[in-house]
Design a protein around this ligand. Structure first.
Ligand code: IPM
Ligand code: MG
Length: 367
């Protein structure tokens, strides 16, 4: 029997309660698909600051180094909002963990089930059949990490701040190779988003993406779009995109846009994949829901557990190679929604159920 080794970092707010559901789902699924889980929980985010003085405590980082994947909850909340930006739980936990594990690829599936299409802010006829798009965002390069990155005082006394956007070919190649693999499992189309009419990094990006697709799979239908146009096209007709491939900051912005047009953050999962490979030759990864900590409903048993559960599905798929088990989770979530169950965030005025009721329905629907 296969043993899945991963840490759980539930974090703050609703993190712990939705993480509980995800673990129950994995436990049940293990019986059906013949795997066991070996997991331990660790502090991250605000609770890391409270208990260890750091959003990403050393003990948490060490524990993560011993496993094949991280199932992440969500971090932050009003209690830590007044800290300086660099110490805020989100930034101080997520950016160093991405760097520590070389998590260069961020996959954010934008899924809207047709049953929930009323949740989307887009026009009904645009989303009648739902949305199914995958955003592949480069996560450890570009303007987020480039040097110099500093604020200095000029001779005349005014301040000047600099961020630097840097990309090298190898960084663009590895994310493109991943986008190609993802597109091969979908409809074989990649739209690469850049700003090649203005930015040097984008000129290199476009050239490298073209060469890389030519080399690895010339059958991929590759197109290119400037980022301003892509932002517009995404609301005009989101389903024109199969895989959206883009650099770090453009991906940050476009993936939030994709999330909102999909209606509920409570339904969206994400995967961040690293350079390290585990024993099975699969990538180490961090899996997290797209939504936040929802402090207003934390601890009340009202949170939507779907995004956390779907993040666990991505973990099975990408870090453990268990495609069947991953699909089983995704189908169980779909089935639970189809049966009419809705947590408050997706209830649209109907009668909402709680976290456990939604979780139990998902568990019952696993096949
Ligand atoms: C995200 C977040 C982070 C980012 C922040 C919290 C640093 O917005 O994961 O998209 O910008 O990458
Ligand atoms: Mg973001």
């Amino acid at each position: 029997m296969k043993t899945l080794r991963f840490t759980t970092l539930p974090g703050d707010g609703i993190g712990p309660e939705v993480m509980d559901v995800a673990l129950k789902v994995l436990q049940k699924l293990g019986n059906l698909y013949d795997f066991s889980i070996e997991t331990s929980g660790h502090d991250v985010g605000g609770i890391g600051i409270d208990n260890h003085g750091k959003a990403l405590p050393d003990s948490t980082l060490e524990a993560c180094k011993k496993v094949d994947a991280i199932l992440f909850g969500s971090v932050g909340g009003p209690k830590w909002e007044n800290l300086p930006p660099k110490e805020q739980p989100e930034r101080a936990a997520l950016l160093p963990i991405r760097k520590a594990f070389g998590l260069f690829a961020n996959l954010r599936p934008g899924n809207l089930y047709p049953e929930l299409s009323d949740l989307s802010p887009l026009r009904a006829d645009t989303v009648a059949n739902g949305i199914d798009t995958l955003c592949v965002r480069e996560l450890t390069g570009g303007i987020y990490f480039g040097q110099p990155k500093e604020t200095t005082v000029l001779e005349n006394g005014e301040k000047q701040a600099i961020d630097t956007m840097v990309y090298r070919t190898s960084e663009i190649e590895r994310i493109t190779e991943l986008a190609i693999k993802a597109a091969e499992l979908r409809n074989g189309r990649i739209c690469s988003v850049d700003k090649a009419n203005v930015l040097e990094t984008s000129v290199l990006w476009r050239e490298t993406v073209i060469n890389c697709v030519q080399k690895h799979n010339p059958d991929i239908e590759l197109s290119h779009m400037y980022v301003d146009n892509a932002a517009m096209q995404l609301v005009r007709d989101p389903n024109q995109f199969d895989v959206l491939l883009t650099e770090n900051m453009f991906g940050d912005i476009l993936s939030d846009e994709l999330a909102v047009i999909c209606g509920s953050l409570g339904m969206l999962a994400s995967a961040s994949l690293g350079t390290q490979k585990n024993d099975a030759g699969l990538p180490f990864g961090l899996y997290e829901p797209a939504g936040g900590t929802a402090p207003d409903i934390a601890g009340k048993g009202l949170a939507n557990p779907c995004a956390q559960v779907l993040s666990a599905a991505l973990m099975l798929r990408y870090s453990f190679g268990l495609e069947g088990a991953a699909t089983s989770i995704e189908n169980a979530v779909k089935e639970s929604i189809r049966s009419g169950l809705r947590t408050g965030d997706i209830a649209m005025g109907g009668d909402p159920v709680g976290t456990d009721q939604m979780g139990n329905a998902i568990i019952d629907n696993l096949k």
